[in-house]
Write a protein that binds this ligand. Structure first.
Ligand code: FES
Length: 63
C-alpha cells in the first residue's frame, strides 16, 4: 500500500527507512531521496514513522 502517492512511497519502505534515519517524515523522505509534494500524506507518514520506531524499541520475549 502506498503512503505517499506523489512519490510512490510504500508503507513498508517508509517503515524500513524510519528505522535507519532520524527526524520526522519529511526527514525520512529526504533520506530516501524524496520530498513532499502535495503534503497530504505527512500526517499519516509521521504516525507510521513514530509507530515503527516505538515497535523497534519494544523488547522481544522468548518462551
Ligand atoms: S501524497 Fe505525499 S506528497 Fe503528495
Amino acid at each position: 500500500m502506498y503512503t505517499c502517492i506523489c512519490n510512490a512511497i510504500r508503507e513498508t519502505d517508509l517503515r524500513l527507512a524510519a528505522c535507519k534515519t532520524q527526524g520526522d517524515a519529511e526527514a525520512v523522505y529526504a533520506a530516501m531521496g524524496k520530498r513532499p509534494n502535495c503534503g497530504q500524506c505527512l500526517e499519516e507518514a509521521n504516525a507510521i514513522v513514530e509507530e515503527e520506531r516505538e515497535m523497534a524499541l519494544m523488547p522481544v520475549y522468548a518462551e
